[in-house]
Structures are given as C-alpha cells and as structure tokens.
Design a protein around this ligand. Structure first.
Ligand SMILES: Cc1cc2nc3c(=O)[nH]c(=O)nc-3n(C[C@H](O)[C@H](O)[C@H](O)COP(=O)(O)OP(=O)(O)OC[C@H]3O[C@@H](n4cnc5c(N)ncnc54)[C@H](O)[C@@H]3O)c2cc1C
Length: 480
C-alpha cells in the first residue's frame, strides 16, 4: 500500500466521455483517459484492506466476489501508485490474458466489491486496469515464450474471449492449438456483438497477431458440425474445446411477429460492426435504423448497444422497453455489498437520446403492407401480467429484439458431438474438469455457462486450459 492516507485525501475521479454531439457522429471509442498523475492518485485510494473482496472467493459457494479472473488488484494499484507500470502489467497479465478488453467493456464487479464502496466511492479499478494494459500494449505486444512443444494437438471451436483465452494458455503450455471459427475474423462477440464505440477492433486484431506469433493456427469460415464434420476433429486432435457461445436468441412469439422490420439484435449489430470493419455483408439484407422510429425491446447490454448503434445510424427516435420494473437509483449497500447490486444502470448509449420505459410488455405488433408500424403494449404487474387499462401503442418502423439468449444453438455441432446438456440447455461440464459427457471434449464460456460476460468467458477459457493441460499431460503448471 503506497499511500496510507490516499483514500482520505483523494475523491474518486474517473474517465469522462466525449460530448454526445461529437461521439454520435462516428463509431470510435469516446472514453477520455485520465492523466498519468490522476491514475496514480486514484490507485493510491486503494486501502489494501485486510480481505480484498475485489478479487476474493466466497468460501461457501466458491464463487468469486468481485473479479472473476481474480486480478490481484491491490498489488497492481500499489505498483501504479509507485509508477512501476511494467511490473503492474506483468502482474495484471498473470491473471488476465486480455485486460485491454475488460478495461473497456467489463461492468467491473470488482468495484462493487471494493471495501471503499461500503461508505465511500470505490477505487476506479477498471480505469486503472485499462491504463496498465494500454501502456503495455503501446510498447508493443510481443509473443510470450512457450514451454517446450508437447506434440499434443488441441482444437478449439469458437474464437470469442473464452476460446481465445483457452487457446493462448494451451499454446503457452506447448500444445499445437488450432482455433476454428465460422465467421471471417476472430473475436466472437468482441468483434461482431460489442460495437466499435465501446471497443474498437484494433484491440482484438493486436491480440490475434500476438497469438499467431505464439504459434496458434486460426481457421476462419469453418462452421464445425455444418461444413466440417465433428469426426474430423475427434480423429485429428487429442482434445477439443467447445467455446461456441450462447447464440440462440430469446424470441417474442406474439401476433404480428412475422412482420418485416422486426429483427433480433444479433442480426442488426454485427452488420454495423462489419461495415466499420470493411467486411462485406454478403447476402445479408441490410438492416438500418436510418430515418426510422426504432423500438428496442430489452434493457440489458445488448439493448443498450442497439440504442447507441441506432442513434449513430440516424434514427428519428429510439425507445427502449424493459419487462422488469425500474430498479432503485441506489442500492442499499449494507444489504448488497460485496455482491453485485441491482440498481438503475445508465450506459453511455442511454445518455445519447433514448426514451426508456420499465415494466412494459409488448402484446402484439401491427403493420401495413407487411411492414411493422406499431407496437401494442401494456404496463405489467409484479407477476408480469398486463394491468387492465394501461394499454398504449407506439409507432415503430424498426423493432430490435434484445431479450437475451436462451442457450447455445443445439443443431449442428452440439447434436453431432452428442454432448449432454444441462437443465438450461447449455453444454453440461463441471468447473473442475470442464469435461463434457463425451471423452476428450471440453466446454467453456457462454456455451457452458450460459450468456454472461467477457470477464467470465476469459476465466472459463483459462480454467478450461488448466483442465485440458492436466488431462493431456497428467499435470499442469497453468494457473486456474
Ligand atoms: C451485443 C452484446 C453486447 C455485449 N456487451 C458486453 C459488455 O459490454 N461487457 C461484457 O462483459 N459482456 C458483454 N456481452 C457478453 C459477452 O460478449 C459474452 O459473454 C462473451 O463474448 C462470451 O464469450 P464466448 O467466448 O463464450 O462466446 P462468443 O463471444 O459468443 O464467441 C463464440 C464464437 O464461437 C463461434 N462459433 C459458434 N459455433 C461455432 C461452430 N459450430 N463452428 C465454428 N465457430 C463457431 C461464433 O461464431 C463466435 O465467434 C455482450 C453480448 C452481446 C450479445
């Protein structure tokens, strides 16, 4: 702990955003970094408390409190305060393969768990993490040395954060790693889901270059179980990791759903990311919010990304409906800390011009000439039943369904592997062995856990790599 009185001397002071009127003109990141002096001062607010809940483990449930990758936050806060950026970067990378991703898009459960958050404002952990990562990367992202080659071959299906973290760990353990990805580029939802204004894709590209230099082979445009039979992987590899994400979107099967202009968020968002990345849309019908009245159904991260993207495309208006009631503006910290609290979260996209409404259920869509024109809605009671007399209509030319994902796609790869599923339809594998019901086939990330977060996907990828290495070699030096 560098400065014993830091938390008493300095208020929390975090990164700001570029003004709305400027940032909505393009798809670039708009978070304004703090000066070095400010970051070091903020790091000095860390109290190095006796039990650092920001990266601890709940002894009853064995689940993490705070950071799912167990970043050693007080250690690198201290290093940053002292200006030892290189050692801070080494420490940070020892637990997180991609801190520049989490430094941008993580909701920062570590900050909710920060001891200072009990009766003050938490340390700006995410900002400090991002600064450490960006400074290290600015010096050049070099390949890390790997252990001697093992002659074992591992196939990883899916190049999202789980697949990438798993691949990097296994390659560094000396294995010959091949990543299969059905899209044209690597990154999974980091590239095709999360908009560039939250995270530019240069960050993914840099890591892929590093991983290639570490010996990882990427095979793009290969849909395993559809255009590559799973038998080829079973016959050709010593272990296979399924990291294909949770891609089956939750639908809204109500009257009028068949009308044109109603799309899943993940049919809309990847198109814009492809446009920004100069990747052809192929035979996909363009979905654009330009000049349209847009209604986004779903109040989570995906819904928020649809709002920011619609605004940048030039929507006339954007409304957002959430089925849950509006949460309180502030949590009761004494009841919730150190857990992740339920409270109203206003994202940068929400600040850009959207009408948000809560406890709203859409009952039907109606249209003209096959094109959606209106949503017919009602307010909902605590049991999600429409309250009589609260019905209302809203006009829309484009409706984006952002109501989450139910489980991975079962058709194709999972059916062909014939892996057992859990009660929620995710691939069944426990968090010790990460092994599915099929010998030498492992699973990690959203495909195993269900829809989650980037930081959880990185954790799962790292832990799965530990399990695969142990399975292949009988022991492992990879961290869990
Ligand atoms: C729009 C959106 C915004 C989000 N924003 C955030 C955020 O701000 N912060 C945050 O922490 N989390 C966010 N999330 C969640 C986060 O992106 C995911 O939890 C995370 O990416 C899951 O990682 P994964 O590696 O398990 O799967 P994914 O990232 O989904 O990657 C799976 C990959 O597997 C490939 N694949 C699937 N099946 C096959 C197959 N048969 N053959 C070959 N390839 C296959 C897919 O093409 C994909 O590239 C967001 C999610 C969405 C949808």
């Amino acid at each position: 702990m560098g400065k014993i009185t830091g938390f008493l001397e300095f208020e929390r002071h975090d990164r700001k955003y570029a003004p709305v009127e400027d940032r909505i003109k393009n798809y670039q990141e708009f978070v304004l970094p703090l000066s070095e002096k400010d970051v070091r001062e903020q790091a000095s607010r860390c109290m190095d408390c006796g039990v650092p809940y920001c990266h601890g483990t709940n002894r009853v449930t064995n689940a993490p409190t705070g950071c799912p990758v167990n970043n050693q936050i007080p250690d690198w806060n201290d290093l940053v305060y002292r200006g030892n950026w290189d050692e801070a970067a080494r420490n940070l990378h020892s637990t997180n393969n991609f801190p520049e991703f989490t430094g941008r898009v993580c909701p920062a459960p570590c900050e909710a768990s920060c001891t200072l958050n009990i009766d003050d404002n938490p340390v700006t952990i995410k900002t400090i993490e991002c600064e450490i990562a960006d400074r290290a990367i600015a010096q050049g992202l070099k390949p890390e040395t790997t252990l001697p080659k093992t002659s074992k071959k591992v196939a990883i299906v899916g190049s999202g954060p789980a697949g990438l973290a798993c691949a990097q760990q296994l390659a560094r353990a000396g294995h010959d790693v091949h990543v299969y990805e059905r899209w044209a580029k690597a990154g999974g939802l980091l590239r095709y889901g999360i908009p560039d204004f939250k995270m530019e894709k240069i960050h993914v590209d840099r890591r892929i270059e590093q991983m290639k230099a570490e010996g990882i082979h990427f095979h793009y445009g290969v849909h395993v179980g559809v255009d590559l039979p799973v038998e080829k992987l079973i016959g050709g590899y010593d272990a296979i990791v399924l990291a294909g994400g949770s891609e089956k979107p939750r639908d809204l099967p109500i009257p009028g759903r068949e009308l044109k202009g109603i799309h899943f968020a993940m049919d809309f968002l990847p198109q814009q990311n492809r446009r920004v990345g100069n990747e052809p849309l192929g035979d996909r019908e363009p979905i654009l919010a330009t000049g349209k009245k847009v209604v986004v159904i779903g109040g989570g991260d995906t819904g928020s990304d649809c709002i920011g993207t619609s605004i940048r495309q030039g929507a006339v208006s954007v409304a957002n409906f959430e089925i849950m009631p509006q949460p309180p503006a502030m949590e009761n910290k004494l009841l919730t800390w150190p857990d992740w609290p339920l409270k109203l979260r206003t994202s940068s996209s929400h600040q850009e011009g959207v009408e948000r409404d809560f406890a709203v259920g859409t009952q039907s869509f109606s249209g003209e000439n096959g094109q959606v024109k209106k949503l017919h809605c009602a307010r909902l009671d605590a049991k999600f039943k429409p309250i009589p007399g609260t019905e209302f209509d809203i006009e829309a030319d484009l409706v984006l369904l952002a109501m989450g994902f139910v489980h991975p796609v079962h058709e194709g790869m999972l059916k062909s592997f014939d892996v057992a599923l859990d009660g929620r339809g995710n691939v069944s594998a426990d968090t010790d062995a990460y092994l599915t019901s099929v010998p030498k086939v492992f699973a990690a990330g959203d495909m195993r856990r269900g829809q989650s977060l980037v930081v959880w996907a990185i954790r799962e990828g790292r832990q799965c790599a530990h399990a695969v290495d142990k399975y292949l070699m009988g022991k492992t030096s990879l961290p869990r």
